[in-house]
Design a protein around this ligand. Structure first.
Ligand code: GLA
Length: 364
């Protein structure tokens, strides 16, 4: 006889039998990483240090989620070319070798920037600024050496970084590059990079790329370069954003505007700061640091969801998304722009576990 009790036992048994299948399903999903969820959209990358690659837990997290690497610092002009006749390839080689061994792409970052450029580049032995001719010759030697060494292994280069001014009255930043060469250094840097590796995809990279004023100035520069045949093929939106900035509209408009020049677009340095001001957060009532509050966590996951929604919609223009650092254990935003202020801008927490924002980004 079928009693209610028997039905109850049957249903319980059925659930017990199905539970492992459900767990198995979750487990299978868990073996996928960001790069797998976004396989039909774009490669997903991360900025790393050579030391991180030696730490097994971080190495596993990198291999699970990412299929592209950027050197956080190791390929910048100062670390890689500390003296005129001396290059230090150790960090860059470690990153490129790791990528090649693991079938990952590498974005080269960066060939010509006003920051982290060695002082010797701009001065002669008497301590005077060098001539334009000498500075361009040094730039050419640098670019040929660095791009040439990784030819065929680095598929894209950030050739010029942050050359556009934040001042609405000026197009270009008043850097030593600009003071010595005028605007020519930009076109020259692209020409040298193209000579050194004609197959590499060459980027102009900058921040605040979606703020209307700066966007207009960057567009103006890029249009001029494209119109005069300079080999620039793509723009990098650094993507140092926050829980409130940018809006989906501004992001979408900027991607479409840059793409209208025939350029590909990548987000090259993505992070989402939990702060919207430059103040030290007030401590909790018990005096401890405020940390990462549930409200900040909520706002951050909403912002990440909105950004990735735009990225997916714009996949015909977007050829890559790279995060700037791996987890909240270490971010360049710890201490910047507020000394002593910890930030939590990434998808993995300080224990390398996925955050709520991560689950949101892969649920679409
Ligand atoms: C800029 C540079 C990066 C990096 C960040 C801060 O965005 O392009 O290389 O230095 O600043 O870490």
């Amino acid at each position: 006889m079928i009693s209610l009790k028997n039905i109850g036992i049957f249903i319980t048994a059925l659930f017990a039998a199905l539970l492992p299948l459900k767990l198995l399903g979750q487990h299978q999903d868990d073996s996928k990483g960001l790069k797998d969820y976004y396989k039909s959209y774009f490669p997903v990358g991360v900025a790393v240090t050579p030391r991180q690659l030696q730490d097994s837990a971080q190495r596993l997290l990198i291999l699970k989620h990412f299929n592209s690497l950027t050197a956080e610092n190791a390929m910048k002009m100062e670390p890689i070319h500390p003296e005129e006749h001396r290059y230090d390839w150790s960090g860059a080689d470690a990153i490129v070798n790791f990528a090649v061994e693991n079938g990952m792409r590498v974005r080269g970052h960066t060939l010509c920037w006003h920051n982290q450029a060695p002082k010797w580049m701009f001065y002669d032995q008497a301590g005077k600024l060098v001539s334009k001719t000498l500075l361009l010759a040094r730039l050419k030697a640098h670019i040929h050496a660095v791009v040439g060494r990784y030819k065929g292994k680095i598929y894209a280069w950030d050739v010029v970084n942050e050359a556009v001014s934040d001042d609405p009255e000026q197009l270009l930043r008043n850097s030593l590059w600009y003071q010595i060469c005028g605007e020519d250094f930009i076109a020259k840097a692209f020409e040298y990079a193209h000579e050194a590796d004609p197959k590499a995809i060459l980027f102009y990279n900058d921040y605040n790329t979606e703020h209307p004023g700066k966007r207009t100035r960057i567009f103006q520069l890029l249009k001029k370069l494209v119109d005069s045949g300079v080999p620039v093929q793509a723009i990098g939106l650094q993507g140092h954003w926050s829980v409130k900035d940018p809006s989906q509209e501004l992001l979408k408009t900027s991607i479409e505007q840059y793409a209208s020049l025939g350029l590909k677009v990548q987000v090259t340095e993505l992070d989402v700061s939990i702060y919207t001001d430059n103040k030290m957060p007030a401590p909790q009532p018990d005096g401890t640091a405020s940390g990462f509050t549930p409200m900040q966590e909520e706002r951050q996951l909403e912002q990440y969801a909105k950004l990735f929604q735009v990225f997916r919609e714009q996949k015909s223009s977007l050829t890559g998304i790279t995060f700037w650092n791996l987890s909240d254990r270490h971010s360049w935003l710890d201490n910047f722009p507020v000394r002593g202020r910890k930030n939590y801008p990434l998808l993995f927490d300080i224990n390398l576990e996925p955050k709520k924002a991560y689950w949101k980004v892969i649920s679409f």
